[in-house]
Structure formats: structure tokens, C-alpha cells
Design a protein around this ligand. Sequence first.
Ligand code: PFF
Length: 446
Amino acid sequence: MSEKRSSFTGKVGFVLAAAGSAVGLGNIWRFPYLAAQYGGGIFLLVYLILTLTFGFSLMAAEIAIGRKTGQSPIGAFTTLGKKYSVVGYIGALIPALILPYYSVIGGWVLKYMVGFVTGEGAAMASDTFFGGYISSRSEPVAWFVVFITITAFIVILGVDKGIEKVSKVMMPLLIALIIFIAVYTICTMDGAVEGVKYYLLPDFSKFSFKTVVAAMGQLFYSLSIAMGIMITFGSYMKKDISIEKSIHQIEIFDTGVAFLAGLMIIPAVYAFSGIEGMNSGPGLMFITLPKIFETMPGGGVIGVVFFIMVFFAALTSSISLMETVVSVFQDRFKMDRIKATLTVLVVSVVLGLISVFGYSIWSDFTLFKMQMLDFFDFLTNSLMMPICALGTSLIVGYFIKPKTLIEELEIGGKFKSKHLFTVMIKFIVPICIVLILLSSFGVIKI
Ligand code: PFF
């Protein structure tokens, strides 16, 4: 990325590219299972509030830093001050840790996609299929390796623009299909309406600090913030584009897809397994969707189409994750692109295998009572991203000062949320994150 810095063309170019990176498994797989687990409506409410405050301010800060310095995260923070580079390094490490386990889930998607093609749909609808599959020895390894190798190939061949074009067509279709599945479920399944209520009506007695921690981690993950990626995107953004407007568009798009995915999955879980089903965790989407498809006329075909689209959404995100890591390797270790990509591939396969085996041969081994995939997810979302967000807010709030970035934010148009931005970055973001981290480490109980 240190080579010639190209710019996004046109006003929509930036938003589409950022949305392509933002919309992925985080929206379709991760958001619904967290919303189900953390109380439904109350999670949704907390998530929406955080999007408009935390999400907005941090994304604005990152894009502005990127556009101002014209560099990717490590270089950008170093330009702001040598001692700040550590935040850039932490940020750069996050995608490297997400990519492996993201590709493990990508492998699950591939398995289900192929399963529906080969007529395994009915078998996959059984309660025990998913658990049996991920605990089997070799198949999950194979699909994971296939997924991450496809990603690496695309990064090496530089054909990601082609993939992006395909997914630009796929994305609206995916959204239409999600809406269709949601409406179908709600209209035809007994008990689904109860699930809609669980999802949409906040029950304040279910509120806990954990809800905020989970929603915040999800927010960072889903919007691809607090890991330097938006700095890189900002560095490609032209000066005449309004950062504020672009953020609103990205947030509406990303949150809209997550919201709809929840509406597709949660009422169905309610219909199939009642409130007990809400705690299924990472397998939720893979357990519920085949069951819905099984009840639908033509469900086999819909299953194939659905998983193909999810595969493309996952692929655009995994490509942008890998691109980021590869560019760090290129810049720091002066490697050429192919060598850097192959190195990232090998390291990611090794790290990903730890997550895969965590469900099978090493299933007795847990870290802090978590399976390995959950551990990597927790490490990045609940610890490293908050640390990165804290570092960014402190540097912007107290060292380079919000007004430096506000000047940048005003270049492409009026920056209406100036005051919100300043108060969030200086006070609310750092205070909340310190509380979150202290509670994550068990220092305080909230
Ligand atoms: N935001 C993506 C998702 O929600 O699936 C995950 C992600 C993609 C994070 C790309 C970071 C990234 F660079």
C-alpha cells in the first residue's frame, strides 16, 4: 500500500468499498447469535445507540486520520507522533488474528453451500448435524483451507475488483432473500411472532454490562473499526467527499443488513426451540437456517442460492482482511506481494487450525473457559479492539486534539456532529472503554 496511492473514483466508490468490507459474516452470522444470546431487544437497542455515538465518532476519527496522513495505520500513527505507533501496531495485528478464524467460519459456509448442492439439505436440518460436523476430524480442516486459499489466490492475482463487482450484484439479492426468508418464517411458523417480540421489544431487566461489552465488540467488528482498516480506506479517499455523509451511508447499510439477519434467524429459533434456543452461540445460523429451508417449498434451491451469496459476502471481507495484513508485511518486511501473501497464508492456516481443532481433537482444551475460536474472537473483539479504540481516542482527544481532525472532516462538506464528536472522543469513549476493560479483566464488577 506504500506504492502509488490510488483514490476511489466517484462519490459512491468509497462507500461501496467500505460497505463491502463492513458487510460480511459479522452481520449475517455473528450479530444474530449475539442478539439472541444477550436478551434480544435490549441488545438491539444498545447496539443502535452505540452505532450512532461510538461507531460514528471512531469511524470519523479513523477516516480523517487516514485522509490527513495519506497512510495505512502504522505509518499514519507514526506520522502523528513516533510514540503513537504502538496503536498502529496493535491495530495491524487485529486483522491478522481475525482472518484465520473468519476463514474457519467461511469454511463452514462453503460446506453448507456444497451440502445444499449435493442434496444433503435434509440431513443438515437435523439438530445434531452442525455439532457432529465441526467436531469431525478432517472435513472442517479441508473447507477452511479451501476458503483461505481462494482468498489468497484472489489477493495474489489482484482480481478482487472482479469479485467486488460480482458481490455488488449479490448484495442486493442477498438482502432481498433475507427479507423473504424473514417474512416467510414469521408468517408461517407457530411461535415466530413471539420471537419477533423478543427481538424488537427491549426487556430492560435483561440489561447488564455484558450487553454493552458484547454490543461494542460487535460494533467494532461489524463496521471494521478499531483495527486501523478505516485509516487505510481514508487514505484512499478524495478530499471533496463528505466523510460524515459517507459514514451515515455505511452505518445504515451495515446495520440494516445485521438487523434483517436477526429478523431472519431469531424468530425462527423461537419457533423451533423456544427461549432455550437463544443460547446456541456461534452455530446458531448453521443450525436454524437449514431447518427453515427444510420447511419451505423449493427450500433446497433457496439454500444453495443463500449460501452462495453469504459466501461472496464473506469473501469480500476476508479479501480485505488479508489485503490489510499483506500490505503490513510488504511495508514492514519489504517483501514482494506474492511472498507476503504466501507468508500470511501459511501463518493464517496454522492459527486457523488451532480454532478448527478446538472443536474436534482439542475440544477438552479451553482458555478462560472458551473454545479456541471463541477465544480468538474474545481476544480481538473484547480486548484488542477496545484497546485500539482507547488509544485512538486518547491520542485524538488529548494530543493531536479533535480540532485537527475536525478541520479534515470539514473539507468535503459541513461537519454537523462536531460537538458530539468532540465529547465522545475526549470523554465518553475513553471512560466507557476503561470501564469495559476493567470489567473484562475482572478488576471491577459492574
Ligand atoms: N466487518 C466484517 C464483517 O462484519 O464480517 C469483518 C471484517 C472484515 C473485519 C474486514 C475487518 C475487516 F478488515
